[in-house]
Design a protein around this ligand. Structure first.
Ligand SMILES: Cc1cc2nc3c(=O)[nH]c(=O)nc-3n(C[C@H](O)[C@H](O)[C@H](O)COP(=O)(O)OP(=O)(O)OC[C@H]3O[C@@H](n4cnc5c(N)ncnc54)[C@H](O)[C@@H]3O)c2cc1C
Length: 438
């Protein structure tokens, strides 16, 4: 690549970042993709790692393998600590990265709304570390319960409170119920797994906000059929001594709390030194540029974009369509042509609540039950990266469906680094993510 070619730095190898570099790989540009992880994560199946149905390698794919074919794209694994907008460079623990154009697709993080107790005690479900920590925790709770004679202590240990009735909370609650009632029931013969209780707490009056009321009702019915206690119109005030405290004064026993009640724009947004919008998202121009820095674009969960006055949701199609818009606008910017404002086309949404139960809404059409579930399965299977992963996911799903068996019921804890091995990138310095809890 000649020296005079402009450098585009893309932060984040998630849905926005990967879509963008795919769109730009034939352009006369030097593209540097930077991420704190060396993999691209397929978040829609993360709850299946947390519920012991899939292994991490089936939903995460090495970024360098994705980029192999793209000769103008380089990858660097690093956590971006700071952004110098005036000097056009990024600060990482390994050194600085200069850019001519910058696209920030750094996503979002779990929002505990400033509650320090929840942030340390509750389990999020946002990245691979979260999902593994959750899988370990669920399985460890059952192992521990099998040692305990006292019935009330055992019930407490086996009480799970999922906070948030969005797709992640609903899907995880459904999958956890099936793990316990169909699989762990056979593993833990010394335990009466019916003592386990899953409660889903939602601040609104129904699950799956944004879905048609008939689909919300179908999802709620399915969850109740699975024995999940639903508590609506209830806000969580905090956590104390293994109890979830609700704002209306109620207390819920909670051996494990799973927090899926919201996300906020990733911490990189704060580094820009600009006023932030709702949920820590960065307000951008209709062309997705920063108003004062037209060479900087923000896309995906981190960008605050409104259409017809409505804030766009933090979902994959928004991130991917914004990436396509930025690819067009980068080209236009270099050629001195007019830039295009972003227009979102909603392709619809879908969620599953466990075997034979899904809800789908697609351009005015609605499906639920078995048909919705099959549509969810086919769509998600096709989205998984690589043929190998698709086959393994299919085999795991089939094994679970026909034999009520989940293959990855391991409590696997990572050990510290071996003394003789070289330190990993960024080791010993401020790291990208906290160590997994177990
Ligand atoms: C459990 C779960 C399930 C979901 N299911 C669905 C679904 O079914 N359908 C749907 O449409 N959406 C779903 N979503 C939402 C979807 O994942 C996001 O909207 C989408 O990933 C946003 O894309 P993005 O490119 O903005 O960010 P991401 O895909 O999150 O990518 C951000 C990347 O930036 C990197 N990064 C962050 N900060 C830094 C830093 N400082 N330095 C270096 N790298 C950094 C991260 O490591 C990450 O790789 C789900 C989300 C979760 C958590």
């Amino acid at each position: 690549m000649p020296e005079s070619v402009p450098t585009v730095v893309v932060v984040g190898a998630g849905f926005g970042g990967i879509t963008l570099v795919r769109r730009l790989h034939r352009e006369p540009l030097r593209i540097v993709l930077v991420d704190q992880n060396n993999f691209h994560l397929f978040t829609p199946l993360l709850y299946e790692v947390g519920s012991a149905l899939l292994d991490p390698s089936e939903i995460a794919y090495p970024t360098r393998a994705i980029l192999r074919r793209y000769h103008n794209v380089e990858f660097r694994m690093a956590h971006i600590d700071a952004i110098d907008l005036a000097g056009r460079r990024l600060q990482t623990p390994e050194g600085t990265i200069p850019y001519d154009y910058l696209v920030i697709a750094a996503g979002s993080v779990t929002n505990f709304f400033g509650n320090a107790e929840l942030a340390t005690e509750a389990f999020g479900l946002k990245d691979l570390g979260d999902a593994l920590a959750l899988r370990n925790r669920v399985l460890a709770q059952f192992e521990q319960a099998s040692w305990i004679q006292d019935e009330s202590a055992r019930r407490k240990l086996l009480s799970f409170v999922v906070v948030g009735g969005g797709p992640t909370g609903v899907e995880f609650a459904g999958a956890l119920s099936e793990l316990i009632n169909l699989v762990l029931r056979k593993d833990f013969r010394e335990l009466d797994v019916r003592q386990a209780q899953i409660t889903l707490v939602e601040g609104a009056g129904s699950v799956l906000a944004g879905y048609h009321p008939s689909l919300q009702a179908a999802a709620a019915r399915t969850l109740e059929r699975k024995g999940i206690r639903l508590i609506f119109n209830a806000m969580v005030a905090g956590l104390r001594h293994g109890q979830v405290l609700l704002q209306d004064g109620r207390e819920l026993e909670a051996g494990t709390v799973i927090w899926t009640a919201g996300v906020r724009g990733g911490d990189l947004g704060r580094q820009l030194g600009l006023p932030l919008g709702r949920g820590g998202r960065v307000p951008v121009e209709p062309t997705l540029q920063l108003a004062a820095h037209p060479e900087v674009f923000i896309i995906g969960d981190l960008a605050e974009v409104r259409q017809g006055g409505t804030l766009l949701p933090q979902v994959i199609p928004v991130a991917m369509q914004e990436a396509a818009c930025v690819a067009f606008n980068l080209r236009a910017l270099r050629r001195g042509e007019p830039l295009r404002p972003f227009r979102y086309r909603d392709p619809g949404s879908m969620a599953t609540i466990g075997r034979n139960a899904g809800v789908v809404q697609l351009r005015g059409l609605r499906f639920s039950g078995f048909i919705g579930w099959v549509m969810w399965l086919v769509f998600h299977l096709l989205q998984v990266i690589s043929l190998r992963n698709r086959l393994i996911v299919l085999i795991n799903w089939a094994k679970d469906y026909f034999f009520y068996d989940r293959p990855v019921r391991l409590i696997a804890r990572a050990a510290g680094p071996a003394r003789s091995e070289p330190l990993p990138v960024g080791a010993g310095r401020p790291g990208p993510s906290p160590p997994p809890r177990s």
